[in-house]
Design a binder for this molecule. Structure first.
Ligand code: FO1
Length: 314
């Protein structure tokens, strides 16, 4: 099938750990240079003066094969000496930034301070880790996911997600900076040249929506020529990981596969769902397979299947 054999231009939208798993599979089964990943930067924050980009780092470490195998975020075998010294100074250490991870954030902050845009910094870090896949931040401008909660009012994303372990009741999400954020260098060109656009199984509201909040990105996907397919982050009403179901429920959205289909609407031509949701009816084309990705082999298999499904759509 044309796409499979000649596949040269696939664009994936992804956030943190869940999306990174499919990105790992796609990178493993596509020729080097065929995959461009547009990563969420709505989780970014300043931490002791460092510019931390958690989802870009999760994607980068995953693509470099050095991500922590259990957490998905941070670096495998990393140590916590810096954190233990912060604790000795009486500082809070709920954000578990490891020592090796610290090097990434020191370099990012250093290069940003020299005037390099986030996209150039990301490209340089990936090149030095030997990553063939192109990783682009959704924007080089500030765009922050802010969470308004019942218990603690306005929370920065990492406070909500890590410090309070996404337990607070969410009343509203605001994507601060969305009105002025522009797509990063290369993003629109990649979307326009894409033969396939894949929305990875990340949290639709916390990882994918911030990317879509960059208006020109949403518009590019709405007027796309290539087929766009999403993989469900929910199986039988349960999130594969994190707060997806809890959050969609709190925001009054249907927190199941039909709700995900409704949320993406015309942005996608198809949704890949698990066998457990095999009977759910949605307006888009529906593909049914095992969408759990517990092992690298699972990730590669699902990626292979997704590329076949997209070929079927093209
Ligand atoms: N997630 C956690 O749940 N606990 C942590 O201590 C934590 C530390 C951390 C350090 C660096 C980094 O790049 C990511 C980190 N994350 C941690 C993940 C981060 O919160 C992401 O925003 C989530 O994975 C959501 O995408």
């Amino acid at each position: 099938m044309a796409l499979r054999s000649g596949v040269t231009r696939v664009v994936a939208l992804a956030g943190g750990v869940g999306g990174a798993k499919l990105v790992e599979g796609l990178a493993a089964c596509l020729p080097g240079g065929a995959l461009t990943v547009i990563g969420n930067t709505g989780d970014d924050f300043r931490h002791y003066g460092l510019h931390v980009s958690p989802d870009l780092d999760t994607l980068m470490y995953t693509l470099a094969g050095i991500a922590h195998p259990i957490n998905g975020w941070g670096i495998a075998d990393d140590t916590r000496q810096m954190l233990s010294m912060l604790a000795r100074y009486g500082e809070e250490t709920w954000f578990g930034l490891g020592d090796r991870d610290l090097a990434t954030n020191i370099l990012r902050t250093h290069w940003l301070a020299q005037g390099a845009p986030l996209s150039a910094v990301t490209q340089r870090l990936c090149a030095r880790l030997g990553i063939a896949t192109r990783l682009l931040p959704m924007t080089d401008d500030p765009l922050a996911t802010v969470v308004y909660t019942l218990e603690h009012g306005r929370l920065a994303f990492q406070e909500y997600f890590v410090r309070y372990r996404w337990q607070p009741t969410v009343q509203r999400l605001v994507y601060e900076g969305a009105e002025t954020a522009r797509p990063a260098e290369g993003v629109l060109a990649a979307l326009e040249a894409a033969e396939a656009i894949i929305i990875c199984p990340s949290n639709p509201l916390l990882s994918i929506e911030p990317i879509l909040q960059v208006r020109a990105i949403r518009q590019a996907i709405m007027v796309r020529r290539a087929p766009c397919l999403a993989v469900s982050p929910i199986i039988a009403g349960a999130a594969l990981k994190g707060p997806t179901v809890k959050l969609m429920t709190e925001l009054g959205l249907r927190a199941d596969v039909a709700g995900v289909a409704e949320y993406y609407g015309g942005l996608i031509d198809a949704l890949v769902v698990d066998h457990a949701d095999g009977d759910v009816r949605i307006p888009q084309r529906r593909f049914v397979t095992d969408i759990r990705m517990m092992t690298p082999a699972d990730r590669r298999r699902l990626a292979e299947e997704v590329l076949l499904m997209i070929g079927d759509l093209a």
